[in-house]
Design a protein around this ligand. Sequence first.
Ligand SMILES: *Cc1c(COP(=O)(O)O)cnc(C)c1O
Length: 417
Amino acid sequence: MTREQCAALDAQDPLAWHRSQFALPPDVIYLDGNSLGALPRATSARENEVIEQQWGDGLIRSWNSAHWVDLPRRVGGKIAQLIGAEPNEVLCADSTSVNLFKVLATALRLQRSSSRKIIVSERANFPTDLYIAEGLIDLLGHGHQLQLVEVDDVLGAIDERTAVVMLTHVNFKTGSMHEMATLTQRAHGAGALVVWDLSHSAGAVPVELNAFGVDFAIGCGYKYLNGGPGAPAFVFVASRHLSAISDDVYAQPLAGWLGHHSPFEFHDCYRPAASIDRYAVGTPSIVALAALEVGVDTVLAAGIEALRAKSVALTQLFIRLIEEQCPELGLQLASPRHAEQRGSQVCLSHPHAFAAMQALIKRGVIGDFRAPDILRFGFAPLYVRYVDVWDAAHALREVLANEEWSEPAFQTRAAVT
Ligand SMILES: *Cc1c(COP(=O)(O)O)cnc(C)c1O
């Protein structure tokens, strides 16, 4: 496979023009859109309007006149289109970690009358998900337990003691993707509820929450949704559960004033909104929500099915090029080889992964490192080109074959990897 053949793939790519919607530096090959999505060109103008006109001139009137108050639902409704949900089931709010706390609390509450005490999850889940579960278990003091199993043992671990199955759809470290339909069905068959974390799925992989009968989901706004650093996250609650908890005041225990049925009546007791609005807590960041809306619009403009098709092509190409160009350089594929079991990233293990990634970044190829030995490459199909894949594989070959990674400057770790 030559670079010219990759350029020919770009020339035929129906999504190629979307790259021009992003303000990417010319000398960078950006393979970290799974960690922080690129900046859409339209974001600066939108932020300027929000700040100068809506905030500067409109002041507090903008909550109504500029529809600030509707933004969490409006952006949630757009994300709903990407994850197979109804618009009234998705809200943008808080961080993924906080949203997980809320929905996990609701799920355990719904199982309260049963003797089920186990939350089944994966040992390799993203740490925040496990920390949040442990913290909630401790707070509740009802003797719940977090049962952590290996990726292939999840299905077998679900039984009549399981209260909730809490999983991340696409694993952050390996890109390995769970079969959401099968696992959800199995959980429901055993009488358990499911919480899916879509942080590495939303905007890259089509998800059908309602088709699979998913109970709860959460996910991140700053990865493939291009919402900017620390963008608000989203939360999905199936409408049947919203109805089921309508009389249970603290089924969502972070009972903040914006989740109230009538926040501006300033009642002295809490009465939750009947809708997904009860998953709001406090005042949302309008500046951040506006940026997230622009990011989500970039994904909607391309269409999630087309994005997935290109993502699969990019990751397949990268695996093929690594195997062609970098044999015997100590790399091992740490992601599933079959595209249907993989999200939009490819991970390779290498004994000098950290230093090798620093050397790649010095060459302008930005991926990231995940401890202990993973080189992680995310292929955001909105703006990554086939030639970028070729150039990245070539750069990795140079870094390893010439031991560029051995430079002392590449050995020191910064606070964020
Ligand atoms: C990125 C990510 C998060 C991020 O959580 P925040 O609270 O938004 O920082 C959570 N879970 C998973 C699986 C992630 O990949």
